[in-house]
Design a protein around this ligand. Structure first.
Ligand code: ZN
Length: 52
């Protein structure tokens, strides 16, 4: 199932991350990694606020 997650980075930035991301997703503000592709559901590094 494809869905987006609202993820909050430790720097305070919030952004939407695709839950099945196939490429590494970085924070738009601090460049810290927010999601790591695992072949299935992405591993979310930041705090998931809600599922969109
Ligand atoms: Zn950040």
């Amino acid at each position: 199932m494809s869905r987006f997650l609202r993820v909050k980075c430790e720097c305070g930035n919030e952004q939407n991350v695709f839950g099945n991301a196939t490429v590494k997703v970085a924070c738009l503000q601090c460049k810290k990694t927010l999601a790591i592709p695992t072949g299935g559901r992405a591993k979310i590094v930041g705090k998931v606020l809600k599922v969109l």
